[in-house]
Design a binder for this molecule. Sequence first.
Ligand SMILES: Nc1ncnc2c1ncn2[C@@H]1O[C@H](COP(=O)(O)OP(=O)(O)O)[C@@H](O)[C@H]1O
Ligand SMILES: [Mg+2]
Length: 262
Amino acid sequence: MGLSIEDVSVVYPAADRRPPVDALSRINLTIDDEEFVVALGASGCGKSTLLNLIAGFLSPTSGRLVLDGQAVTGPGADRAVVFQKHALLPWLNVLDNVAFGLQVQGIGKSERHKIANQYLGMLGLDGFQGAPVYTLSGGMQQRVGIARALTCDPRLLLMDEPLGALDALTREKAQELILNIWNDTHKSVFFITHSVEEALFMGTKLVVMSPRPGRVTHVFDLPFSRQFLDGAPARRVKASREFIEIREEVLEIIFADEEAAA
Ligand SMILES: Nc1ncnc2c1ncn2[C@@H]1O[C@H](COP(=O)(O)OP(=O)(O)O)[C@@H](O)[C@H]1O
Ligand SMILES: [Mg+2]
């Protein structure tokens, strides 16, 4: 089982004297159980459009998406999204932000707080339950957003450049945390990033996309997140010869795309 994206295209219709946009062209892709799929590519190549399709926020112009044998026709509790801007509710404290999705589902206060506390612990946020979210650092706010996405126990976790706003050190720590959570919870992940190093480190599968029209040009299977989870230090994984070779190969692909577009 898992998600299959079958010959999917998206055209945004013409508007305000702008022509229609071929945002995605004939995408075929699977996200298998427990796979960590990373999409990488220049701005405008359709990464967010693809995530919005998987989330069910958007329908394909042609083709279809099938999750565990069922056609995707809209959003559902089996998929949760973490955005770059964490979209927390400033009038609620950390605990109630994390419990918010459960509240929407009608789950009572003591039960939802119990579940929220479990994920706050997993994300290293114990002790911050009562804090107003705007008093937290960017990295901590992003962890609150991830905890909130996990509370509904989704099959598939969708992340659109979740670490893009963090400083370099916080970002590396957050990468490691996300990999550990993925390993512990056995979820499937679809993760978007601009960073080649982050993409290679995190993914079990890398999907390189190219713009105008947005399409998948290369797919790589990757071993690096498993090496980290098997105990290799992250920096050592990222400095290995195997990692550097594939990093240069991917950078060449992306630079060639940029030159073609210029
Ligand atoms: N709602 C929309 N209406 C019209 N065009 C859009 C809309 N959303 C995105 N686009 C266009 O579709 C293309 C893909 O966008 P997007 O999926 O956001 O790419 P990415 O996330 O890779 O930067 C871009 O050219 C973008 O301008
Ligand atoms: Mg985007």
